[in-house]
Each structure stands twice: as structure tokens, then as C-alpha cells.
Design a protein around this ligand. Structure first.
Ligand code: NDP
Length: 246
């Protein structure tokens, strides 16, 4: 119970990697607020969190919309009185080759992946500043580190998150708030489920450890960054990818 009495916020905490993160932080004793766009899965996951004996809060939020994020932050602070841990996990892909990529595909991915991280940080960091303690954990991707054909929008959004992470780390360090990024490799979720068997086999050849990652691999790393053990680490990007980026 390393996170007893802490309040954690997980965007996109209703399914996939975000759900695994929310449940892991709850297992460690934190109260957890989650947001997403699907009300049914938000309710289901909030109920699962409460079964672990901690408080849960859920709200329908489009993380790319300033009014939604501001209202979410207000509601979380009203409910729990504070936010100690912020995990920026919500994200989408809209893959296309650059020459075929539409402005809409570019804007949707940049807004939901990158702009959202700026907005949530802006509205949740105030509570951390008051407490002079906080943990911000941004989920980027190895695609933001190395690029990928067909993912110009996604790679740019995830590389942007890395720059934002380093700047956030510098701006809030004096308030004892750390900010780190986790770059997952290939993790089995709905996002990667769409890939065909051939693409998955080709990817496996690129993974030195020789197997696909699971959501728990990311959740365990988030739990480390959320806890006191990581207090002297800030502004870092850690790849959780079976060795794809070495
Ligand atoms: P999923 O597609 O399984 O889940 C995406 C999550 O984001 C859902 O909870 C979804 O909620 C939420 N979300 C999407 N759009 C919005 C929005 N506009 N407002 C609020 N919430 C939104 O993805 P993963 O779990 O696989 O990915 C989670 C994160 O990890 C993403 O940032 C992704 O880029 C990153 N990542 C994943 C990798 C992988 O291999 N899976 C590899 C590298 C990085 P809802 O359903 O309610 O819309």
C-alpha cells in the first residue's frame, strides 16, 4: 500500500493500458479518478476500482477540450480535496502515409494526445503546487522516439509529449513535483489488436526479449514513478518495450 492517502487521476482510465494503471494504483491504496468518452466502460471500471476498497470517481471527458478538462479537475478536487498523481494516458491513432494524411487526422491526434497533456497538467498541477508534492506521468510511445512510417501525426504527438515532459519537470521541480514519461513498445490492447498477424510477426522480430508486452508492464512502471521510491527522478523517458529501443 505505497499510495495510501494519495489521489490519482488517470485519463483514459476506463480501458486498455489506462484501466490497468488505474487498478494498479488502487491496489497500492490510492483513490482514483478516471475519465474517458465512453460512459458504460467508465462506470464498469469505477466499480472495479471500488471493489479494491478505495474510492473511485469517473467523469465523461473529451481530454482535447479545455472546458471538459477544467470541469473534470474542478470535480476531482471537490470530491477528493486534492490530486497527487496525474497519469496522462488517453490517446488515439489515425494512421496514414504523410502524403495521404488529412488535416483532420493530424488535428485529432495532436489534440487528443498532446494538447490534452498540456491541458490536464495546467488544471491539475495547481493542487500539487499547493501541497508542494506531485507526480505527473505521461504515456508517450517509442514511436515518438524513433518515428514510424504511416504515423506522422502520432509520432509528432508523442515526441511533443517528451518535450512537454522535460519542460514540466523543469518548471515544477522547485515545488517537489516530478514529471516523467513512459514510452511503451508493443502492448496488447484494442489499439494494437487491429494489426494483422503478419504485422505482429514482423514486430516480434524487432523485440529483443521476444514477446509482446502486457498492460501490467506499463502499470507497474507507473506505480514506481507514482511512489516515493522515484523521488529523485524527473524529466526522464523510460522505454518499456522489450528492448526495441536500445
Ligand atoms: P486504447 O485504444 O485501448 O485506449 C485508449 C484510451 O484513451 C481509452 O480509455 C479511451 O477512452 C481514451 N480516449 C481516447 N480518446 C479520448 C478522448 N478524446 N478523451 C478522453 N479519453 C479518450 O489504447 P491503449 O490502452 O493501447 O493506449 C493507451 C496509451 O498508451 C495511449 O496514449 C497510447 O498512445 C499509448 N501507447 C500504447 C501502445 C500499445 O502498444 N498499446 C504503445 C505505445 C503507446 P474511451 O474509450 O472512453 O474513448
Amino acid at each position: 500500500m505505497k499510495l495510501k492517502d494519495k489521489v490519482a487521476v488517470v485519463t483514459g482510465g476506463n480501458r486498455g493500458i489506462g484501466k490497468a494503471i488505474a487498478l494498479k494504483l488502487a491496489q497500492e491504496g490510492a483513490s482514483v479518478a478516471i475519465c474517458g468518452t465512453n460512459e458504460a466502460t467508465l462506470k464498469e471500471t469505477a466499480a472495479e476500482i471500488e471493489k479494491l476498497g478505495v474510492k473511485a470517481f469517473q467523469q465523461k471527458v473529451d481530454v482535447s477540450k479545455v472546458a471538459d478538462v477544467e470541469a473534470f479537475a474542478k470535480a476531482v478536487i471537490e470530491t477528493f480535496g486534492k490530486a497527487n498523481i496525474l497519469v496522462n494516458n488517453a490517446g488515439i491513432t489515425r494512421d496514414n502515409l504523410l502524403l495521404r494524411m488529412s488535416e483532420q487526422e493530424w488535428d485529432d491526434v495532436l489534440n487528443i494526445n498532446l494538447k490534452s497533456t498540456f491541458l490536464t497538467t495546467k488544471y491539475f498541477v495547481k493542487s500539487m503546487m499547493k501541497a508542494r508534492q506531485g507526480r505527473i506521468i505521461n504515456i508517450t510511445s517509442i514511436i515518438g522516439v524513433r518515428g514510424n512510417a504511416g504515423q506522422a501525426n502520432y509520432a509528432a504527438s508523442k515526441a511533443g509529449i517528451i518535450g512537454l515532459t522535460k519542460t514540466t519537470a523543469r518548471e515544477f521541480a522547485s515545488r517537489n513535483i516530478t514529471c516523467n514519461a513512459i514510452a511503451p513498445g508493443f502492448i496488447q490492447t484494442d489499439m494494437t489488436h487491429a494489426l494483422g498477424d503478419q504485422a505482429k510477426e514482423a514486430l516480434l522480430k524487432e523485440i529483443p526479449l521476444g514477446f509482446l508486452g502486457e498492460t501490467s508492464d506499463i502499470a507497474n512502471t507507473v506505480a514506481f514513478f507514482a511512489a516515493d521510491e522515484s523521488r529523485y527522478i524527473t524529466g526522464q523517458v523510460i522505454c518499456v518495450d522489450g528492448g526495441m529501443v536500445i
